[in-house]
Design a binder for this molecule. Structure first.
Ligand code: GLA
Length: 725
């Protein structure tokens, strides 16, 4: 519910179990007075910071009583008027001046989300838009707050409009700023690297800033655009945490800043490193959305709120709850070394096991037999695939299987027909050597002729063949941030324009091919973010397919994202990334905690392993709706001990799927108990694998005994509520 109390000039935003109160100070400043647990509509002017004078805190010229932006809770930090914390916007005018002083002008309340153009956007809700005017310039700022009454997520973004007649330059344009009351806080972030994404790290905040981000032109493997502020004692199942998740896939930043009074400012959005944006007369700059999530019951509840929110309002509506393809991808089975016979043999093995889609990965186009060549030449290599894609697709069809294909649209190899024809289409200057990564350059997605070319090539492949699935990859980060098509004064816009170009192309292709299922990928999980999930219902979680490493990666990812967004495959052992051997059953169990699939040469499996594949797929079909819709409970943290365990619970708490792994076998470790979570206390449940029937409170408080397992051995329990109990 969004309420405006005209008498006190206070806005109240009431979500499912949080409230937010914003007050318009008599001089016009928009002051945040509360963000936290639910409150009523009381007069909160008691919290007016005017009452608490602090030396060295400047007073703006337009207030009578004591008031300083240095300590007031601000909803969009200004620069040069006494707010010495991180500003949300830096606006440079023609005379070089950059101070801003924002005053409330008006507000509207509308159904639905604001129009963000090509940027990803959450669906539904109700939006409060507050317009502020910069008293010192002709800029207007619109702050959007989209509220969902059934959710603890509040979506925010900001729009900056130039109402003057001369241009101004934005050096920073953040999506939001939220000032929280003084307290002892920790910060949790998900850091990593290629093959090791989204590792949780929690540290005390302390005075000063914890600033995280990516300046790689992609949200990145190295740091996920997600930050959680936790009250010091908060943990998995108790305590206050506030999450901040950007729905954005380009260079980004998030910052938590503990100030002199102990109050904390959290802010972020597009990374301002190298950023500038020329805002002409009447032009508007729209910032990406952030999803802010409040939980009074720890990280577990926060993650469940994020999962519900992303599924309900972000992941593509027509795909989110529909069964996902159970696929076999040929990458780890063959790498570049395949031909029609090998692919057909893979389909022959896959079909009887219950796999429904064959995905042809990298290497089917141009002259690509290794990663040195041909990106950009999206023409089928008919020397390698005699007769083209048609015979392979027909072969799959005959076996009742569908066909999917890999693209890496944003890239160009130096050794390609495309590069020879258009060297200036690669990012950076064509007349000086540029950085290579995986031997490739990045295409300039800010240019329409580039995205038109890609649309034409991809449409050609998709319309000529029966293709049900596309894997959209992106395998390097951006270096020389320079476009031959932008004027000098607009080069600072490049990184943001790049990602807008990517979004535009995805939107165009998805509109042209609504029946094709798109999965995202970026060297595994390098662009696993709320922006991409707006278009791709699932994302390849990591190139690391080792089940133990995956358990950790999927655990970390689950803090901010639903299981159904994680694409998880069973692969061969010794594992190609780590060399580790993990039991086949454990590989299946961990891969069942997401959109499952296979990525290995099925022909090399033993009869017993093939039988396991059949069982794994049958199990997956049985639990798929739990994975797509259920609530996740994290039970044993693989970063903290020798165990991994999670449970996925149906919304009505009648079914649960528990998956665990014991990392190392330990002698005598026979009295360890796994205490389940999220069950209904007085409900009786049957644990299928153990032949036990126990009450929910027994299962949660006394627990179940840890099974005896070898190194990296896994277990699975299916729980169902006993009728009439
Ligand atoms: C990336 C992807 C892999 C595979 C290769 C192909 O690394 O993450 O799954 O598609 O590219 O080159």
């Amino acid at each position: 519910m969004i309420v405006y109390d005209q008498t006190t000039r206070t806005f109240f935003l009431h979500g499912k179990s949080f409230s937010c109160a914003l007050w318009v100070h008599p001089a016009g400043y928009l002051v945040g007075l509360h963000f936290g647990g639910p409150i009523g509509g009381d007069d909160l002017r008691y919290f007016d910071p005017s009452a608490r004078e602090l030396s060295f805190s400047p007073i703006p010229p337009d207030v009578d009583s004591y008031f300083s932006l240095d300590v007031a809770g601000s909803e969009y930090g200004s620069f040069g008027q006494g707010d010495f914390r991180t500003p949300s916007v830096l606006l440079v005018r023609e005379n070089g001046e950059r101070a801003s002083r924002f005053h409330y002008v008006s507000h509207t309340i509308c159904d639905g989300a604001p129009d963000l153009g090509v940027l990803p956007s959450a669906r539904g809700g109700k939006t409060l838009s507050i317009t502020l005017k910069d008293v010192l310039s002709e800029a207007e700022i619109v702050l959007n707050y989209t509220l969902y009454e059934d959710s603890d997520v509040l979506v925010r973004n900001a729009e900056i409009v130039n109402r003057g007649s001369s241009p101004m330059r934005l050096l920073r344009a953040e999506s939001f700023c939220l000032d929280l009351a003084a307290g002892e806080y920790d910060v949790l972030r998900l850091h990593g690297r290629h093959n090791m994404e989204r590792m949780p790290e929690r540290t005390p905040l302390g005075h000063g800033s914890v600033k995280i981000g990516s300046a790689r032109g992609a949200s990145s493997h190295q740091m996920n655009p997600f930050l959680v502020l936790l009250e010091r004692g908060a943990g998995e199942d108790a305590g206050v945490c506030v999450g901040f998740e950007l729905l954005y896939s380009g260079s980004w930043m998030l910052e938590a800043e503990e100030t002199q009074t102990g109050a904390v400012r959290v802010s972020g959005g597009i990374n301002d490193l190298g950023f500038s944006w020329l805002l002409g007369a009447s032009e508007k700059f729209i910032t990406p959305q952030v999803a802010i999530c409040y939980s009074a019951h720890g990280l577990g509840e926060m993650s469940r709120s994020y999962a519900d929110f992303l599924r309900g309002h972000v992941l593509p509506e027509n795909r989110v709850y529909a069964p996902r393809p159970v696929l076999v991808n040929n990458w780890e089975a063959t790498y570049f070394d395949f031909d029609r016979e090998k692919l057909c043999a893979l389909a022959d093995e896959a079909a009887p096991l219950g796999i429904d889609t064959l995905v042809l990965d990298d290497g089917w186009f141009g002259g690509r037999n290794d990663d040195l060549t041909s990106l950009g030449d999206w023409f089928v290599n008919e020397k390698k695939l005699v007769g083209g894609l048609g015979p392979v697709i027909e072969h799959c069809k005959k076996r009742g299987m569908k066909f999917g294909i890999w693209f890496e649209p944003e890239m160009i190899s130096e050794d390609s027909a495309l590069y020879r024809a258009h060297p200036d289409w690669a990012i950076g200057r064509a007349d000086v050597p540029r950085c290579k990564s995986r031997h490739q350059y990045v295409l300039d997605m800010t240019r329409e002729e580039v995205t038109d070319y890609l649309f034409a090539r991809m449409s050609d492949i998709l319309s000529r063949h029966e293709i049900s699935y596309v894997k959209w990859d992106m395998n390097r980060h951006i270096t020389e941030f320079y476009s031959a098509s932008l004027p000098a004064e607009r080069q600072g816009e490049f990184a943001h324009r790049y990602i807008l170009g990517v979004y535009r192309l995805i939107r165009r292709l998805q509109a042209a091919f609504p029946d094709v299922f798109f999965e995202g990928c970026s060297g595994g999980g390098g662009r696993f973010d709320g922006g991409m999930l707006c278009f791709f219902p699932q994302f390849w979680t990591s190139d690391d397919t080792d089940a133990y490493e995956r358990a950790k990666i999927q655990w970390g990812t689950s803090y901010g994202y639903p299981l159904s967004a994680m694409s998880c495959h069973v692969s061969a052992c010794p594992n190609h990334q780590t060399g580790r051997t993990v039991p086949f059953s454990a590989r299946g169990a961990i891969a069942s905690l997401g959109a499952t699939g296979y990525e290995l040469d099925l022909g090399r499996l033993s009869a017993e392993e093939k039988a396991q594949v059949k069982e794994q797929i049958a199990n997956y079909h049985e639990i798929e709706q739990l994975i797509l819709r259920g609530d996740l409970y994290r039970i044993a943290d693989p970063y903290q001990g020798n165990l991994f365990c999670v449970a996925v619970m149906s919304k009505d708490k009648t079914r649960a799927y528990v998956v665990g792994m014991r990392i190392h076998a330990l002698p005598g470790d026979f009295d360890r108990r796994i205490r389940l979570k999220g069950l209904r206390c007085e409900q009786t449940y049957t644990v299928e694998e153990l032949g036990l029937t126990l009450r929910g409170d027994t299962l949660m408080n006394a627990g179940l005994l840890l099974p005896r397992l070898p190194d990296f051995g896994s277990w699975v329990w299916h729980l169902s509520a006993k009728k009439n109990s």
